[in-house]
Write a protein that binds this ligand. Structure first.
Ligand code: CNA
Length: 240
């Protein structure tokens, strides 16, 4: 049996699949990741991207933050790819119970997934830091420094470096991982804490890793070093 046949056989026999993804899930939709050679961390800029995407930088230099953010992370013209689509279908078929994502795009929801746990928040949601008024992404994109009608600066509801994760979302993610019989980890370098330590909660049968690079030290049942889209396009699911 080759690896794709093994994956199909595991999915067929699974009853509680949980998917944990990172930026690599959306690269084939046209959004760069952080750490690959074409990733955002390799952009030449005077200030390192890790610094720009930090809480203290947002507080002190919000306009510079937004210039970088709008140029490099936000793209309204992207569409879900076959990975997002197959996951939505697996959820419809009641095999997939949750998508846990570190991504701040909304491509899983656009593809039709319902139970999506955004560990790092969503670009779509933005709030005034003074009065908490909500602003959708399209509206704030009209300004170089988005400000609320009350005068407060608007902040994307995404987790910047130095900011904590939402404990409710983290707890829900752990609950699903603990219940899962199959845990698929795809398109993430697993370098960002505490998201990366989520794998340790998995006690089920099949840990599947899909990534271009080899992630060592994980007790995986199946490792597929390939493109997320290539792998998901080979998953056999009967359309309803
Ligand atoms: P990362 O550290 O950039 O790692 C991405 C991983 O995915 C690497 O190991 C790549 O080898 C692998 N990869 C990239 N493309 C593919 C592909 N098509 N097929 C298979 N493997 C692939 O990103 P992580 O998600 O691990 O790090 C977490 C950060 C990235 C979170 O804070 C995110 O908010 C942040 N991020 C999100 C987006 C987005 O929302 N689409 C984009 C860029 C960064």
């Amino acid at each position: 049996m080759n690896k794709i046949e093994m994956l199909n056989s595991i999915i067929k026999s699974s009853e509680y699949i949980v998917f944990f993804g990172g930026a690599g899930v959306s690269t084939e939709s046209g959004i760069p990741d952080f750490r690959s050679k074409d990733g955002i961390y390799h952009i030449q800029s005077k200030i390192p991207p890790e610094e720009i995407l930090s809480h203290h930088f947002f507080v002190h230099c919000p306009e510079e933050f937004y210039t970088f953010y709008f140029q490099n992370l936000v793209n309204l013209n992207v569409l879900p790819n076959v990975c997002h689509q197959k996951l939505a279908l697996l959820e419809k078929q009641k095999k997939l119970k949750a998508v846990i994502t570190q991504n701040i795009d909304s491509l899983h929801e656009m593809a039709g997934s319902v139970n999506v746990l955004h560990l790092h928040g969503k670009m779509e949601d933005n709030y005034c830091i003074k009065c908490n008024k909500y602003y959708p992404l399209k509206e704030i994109m009209r300004y170089t420094l988005p400000k609320c009608s009350c005068g407060g600066i608007i902040k994307p509801d995404v987790v910047l470096y130095e900011e904590p994760l939402c404990t409710e979302i983290l707890d829900e993610a752990v609950m699903h991982i603990e219940k899962a019989d199959t845990f698929i980890v795809a398109g993430t370098s697993l370098t960002v804490q505490p998201a990366s330590s989520l794998v340790q909660y998995f006690k089920g049968k099949n840990l599947i890793i899909i990534n271009y690079e080899n992630l060592n030290n994980l007790p995986a049942t199946l490792v597929i070093q390939d493109s997320v889209c290539h792998v998901f396009s080979s998953i056999d699911l009967e359309e309803e």
